[in-house]
Design a protein around this ligand. Sequence first.
Ligand code: HEM
Length: 417
Amino acid sequence: MQEAENRAAPSPSHDAAAGRMFAVAWGFLIATGVFGVLLRLQVVAPMPGVSYGNILHAHSHTAFLGWVFNAFFALAYLVFVDERERKPFIWLFVWLQAATVGMLVAYPLQGYGAASLSFTTMHMAGAVFFAVRLWRRSPAAPATRIYLRAALIFMLVSGAGPIALGPLAVMDLRDAPAYDLAIYWYLHFQYNGWFIFFLVALLAHYLRHQAGAARALRRAFPYLAAGVALTFALSVLWVTNAPWVYALCIAGAAAQLAGCAIGGRGVWAVRREWGIPGTIPAALLTTAAAAFILKCTMQLAAALPALYNLAVHHYTVIGFLHWIFLVVVSPALVGIGATRGWLAAGRRLHAGLLLWLVGVASSQFALFYPPIATNLALPHLPNLMQFLLIAAALMLLGIIAIAPVGSAAPHAVSDSA
Ligand code: HEM
């Protein structure tokens, strides 16, 4: 095991290569933000010839595959890939970028069409290769291995959604619930499964020498994994709110909370050993963890029949999704990127984070308040769309301010300490 660890220990050039991959991911996050602003602008001041639907597809594909997938790739490359495997992974990264840039151009122009679907398929093929390679080279530490393997399985399982869209469209079922459910299937197993389990695999990796934390994470695994499978029922609620669907939602949300409690206690117990360098990364990683617990609590609340209208409201759904993307996953990635010196530092980091924070907080407030106001007969916000546009612009400015500048400089954190 020690020999394997030594092989996987990052050299400065390995760290710099991972930093460059992270910088590419950051470029796609900027593109995601630009598409987000365009979406809000399209509602406030529609531009002729620009299709909201096409931009939405471009936004979500760039966000998932350009930002999150690439950032995970950079971290997987840094932490899990040993020196014998590095070359194929670099080529795989190049292949994936060709697919992602293709999607970035094709989706705004044609939405779902021949070119965009070809690039998506090209990415899927690369993702399968990535999953198989990483599976074979999975780390020895049991807690890391189970979370990493589960993350890869969820990533592959999510792909069944987009694959089903073609046959459903051919069967003229674009307006049927099955079509939307296939999209939700993809989203659900991506953000609840792939995203979260990969981040927990990284956490387990960093804490692998803390026996108590590793044991707690292993004990939490069945609860968290069952929670992912069962909470897909939340996406079915808008099709049928039959009692069995509610029962699955409640069981899933409770399982996830139990997993959080078991894993969280073990991780908290070794907080003195975390050794996160710097207050900003520590604050970002703590925010991500707290936001994840709050997300599981929101899921339990959404499973209460009394809150049905609130849970299925379009704004609540968009707010909930962006809570995970912008308050759980992205802060965790920014926190890790900052510890490695992959992002702007000093005043630019502070200013960027402030803009991001104000943008995210205002946008989340503006999305969650209207459904609550409707339910409680409270006054509505004036100029909501303009407010959302300004919030989106602040987030974009924040992301641009934090962008990596110059060459990625390896930092203080040791992966294999
Ligand atoms: C950077 C700032 C971001 C802004 C300003 C933004 C803005 C938006 C907007 C305006 C929509 C359309 C909402 C609607 O039609 O009502 C949207 C949808 C979406 N966004 Fe974002 N977003 C951002 C970041 C992200 C990130 C980081 C992710 C994922 C990692 C993401 C994933 C999605 C997805 C999947 C949808 C489609 C949801 C659906 O159709 O149900 N967004 N976003």
